[in-house]
Design a protein around this ligand. Structure first.
Ligand code: G4P
Length: 525
């Protein structure tokens, strides 16, 4: 198969949702369809995550399992599908955001009873920034929930994207009878079954009397009324608008009962984008270029604390990646060869000889890689699109064992390279501040510093609202701002100026007082 053919059959995406909406269940059903697993219940990671609160054994266990579920590749028909896991629950972190930079599209899962929840809203913001195409799956139709029209309105308002239903439920909860497939004009009747695929009633169009026979006249009439309303309210589905990230097709179903999942998958492979061009600082890289290029979007530390080895996850952006070929690690300028790169197929890791755009390769590493690093066949490229976002929680990190300050320093550096959290150094007093998006990260950092680096630290409170990257075309204005706010100025790891606002009010006042300064909530501007 040629490079172009390989590219067009690849679909690399992430499933995002608020915890408990059904992401794991849906992933599992997709794997079942792909023949990657044979029984439901094989994707266990999530179950373990749920029970892991602050039990360290559990955290260790999770880290092992999450390597296996980080990327799930499988073949479906002619397509090669890669699902990238987005850690949720207490693990929700920078990592989740960054994974979104390595996918070409996403599927959002929403619980029909709960609607759009906070975590989903945040992740959608990242998709919007990148114009990532989005498909929405409204899940748990077998349970009582909200009116589907209300859900559509909420999706539009909360996710700030136009929606277009491509399937439509016939009742929900106890009276749920099935889903009408608007995209392909078919009717699927609901038979609760956790393992099997549903059977389909073949119909010509919405007026086919087979629908009345299948669901009864009253429900058939209601369905026709709903569909008429849909056609009246929502413009016809436009694939190009979806690909531009302007409209999200919506499917309804029940992941647990394998209902509506195949419709979703079949439509997904047809409309979802193959690997897209990647923007580097220097130029746009097309996937079909002969020369290989890729970037590290995730680093996973090994569980064995005695060997500080990790796996760097590299997304192939262009050309063909080959085992044992020489590639340039652009940041260091060094040429590197990889003897044992791994591919992730059906949850198994295995050594791979070649990989194509859209594929994720796991490269064993002993500390050479940083998040965002680029590998190429030789060209000096720097990929964009791996922004840091303002953390939500901040603490001072203090050394509690003066004999181990070097170890602590090294540990902090490496954990930050891995993208566990962000480090800011206060320009006024030189104190180190760690920023995270979740409380658990502080505990993980403290634990790993001790167990992997032999360094001890303690946290001291600091009350901060947000970290904003500041810049201005007016150097004098920037200097004046930095002088006025000198106690709240910090440097990030790249040496950029960051303003640590201690409240929303202070931030608003600063914005009003210094109109020449631009305040950014992500490091990419
Ligand atoms: P997550 O990864 O998004 O956190 O969600 P997950 O798939 O783990 O699903 C959360 C809960 O919702 C699970 O129940 C799962 O069985 C249930 N669920 C998923 N899809 C559906 C659906 O279509 N209908 C209904 N009724 N339930 C659904 P649990 O009690 O937490 O776990 P389990 O013991 O049932 O496995």
């Amino acid at each position: 198969m040629g490079l172009q053919e390989e590219i067009s059959r690849h679909r690399t995406f992430a499933i995002i949702s608020h915890p408990d909406a059904g992401k794991t269940t849906l992933t599992e059903k997709l794997l079942l369809f792909g023949g990657a697993i044979h029984v439901a219940g094989a994707v266990k990671s999530n179950k373990i995550k749920k029970t892991a609160t602050s039990d360290w054994m559990e955290i260790e266990k999770q880290r092992g399992i999450s390597v296996a579920t980080s990327v799930m590749g499988f073949n479906y028909g002619d397509y090669k599908i890669n699902i990238l896991d987005t850690p949720g629950h207490q693990d929700f972190a920078e990592d989740t955001y960054r994974t979104l930079t390595a996918v070409d599209s996403v599927i959002i899962v929403v619980d029909v009873a709960k609607g759009v929840e906070q975590q989903t809203r945040k992740l959608m913001e990242v998709c919007r920034m990148r114009n990532t195409p989005v498909i929405i799956f409204v899940n748990k139709l077998d349970r009582e929930g909200r009116d589907p029209f209300d859900i559509l309105d909420e999706l539009e308002n909360e996710l700030k994207i136009a929606v277009r239903p491509l399937s439509w439920p016939i009742n929900i909860g106890a009276k749920f009878k099935g889903v009408y497939n608007i995209y392909e004009q078919g009717l699927d009747l609901f038979k609760p079954d956790k393992q099997k695929v549903t059977e389909r009633v073949e119909i010509d169009d919405v007026n086919d009397s087979a629908i009345d026979e299948a669901v009864g006249e009253t429900d058939a009439a209601k369905l026709r009324e709903d569909l008429e309303l849909i056609e009246g309210v929502y413009p016809e589905f436009d694939v190009d608008a979806y690909l531009r990230g302007e409209v999200a097709p919506v499917f309804f179903g029940s992941a647990l009962n394998t209902f509506g999942v195949k419709e979703l998958l079949d439509c997904f492979v047809k409309i979802a984008p193959a690997p897209r061009p990647t923007q580097a600082e220097e130029r746009v890289i097309e996937p079909q270029e002969e020369a290989f290029s890729g970037f590290v979007f995730k680093i996973h530390a090994n569980m064995d604390p005695n060997h500080r080895s990790c796996i760097a996850f590299v997304k192939v952006c262009s050309g063909k990646f080959e085992r044992n070929a020489n590639y340039k690690h652009v940041r260091s300028g060094k040429m590197m060869r990889f003897a044992a790169p791994t591919a992730f197929m059906a949850q198994k890791k295995s050594v791979v000889d070649e990989a194509y755009p859209g594929d994720i390769v796991g490269i064993p590493d002993t500390g050479n890689f940083k998040i965002g690093d680029t590998l190429t066949s030789g060209e000096n490229l720097h990929f964009k699109g791996l922004p840091s976002f303002s953390p939500e929680m901040f603490k001072y990190i203090e050394n509690t064992d003066p004999m181990k300050s070097k170890q602590l320093e090294k540990g902090i550096q490496q954990l930050m390279d891995e993208g566990v959290a962000q480090l800011f150094v206060n320009q006024f007093n030189g104190r180190k501040i760690i920023g995270t998006v979740g409380q658990l990260q502080f505990e993980v950092i403290q634990y790993r510093l001790l167990h992997e680096y032999g360094a001890q630290c303690r946290w001291e409170p600091i009350s901060l609202y947000k970290a904003c990257w500041v810049e201005s075309d007016d150097k004098a204005a920037l200097d004046a701002f930095k002088k006025r706010k000198h106690q709240f100025m910090a440097l990030d790891r790249e040496g950029r100026d960051v303003f640590l606002a201690d409240s929303n009010y202070v931030l608003q006042m600063a914005q009003a007082d210094f109109p020449a300064i631009r305040f950014h909530f992500s490091s990419e501007f």
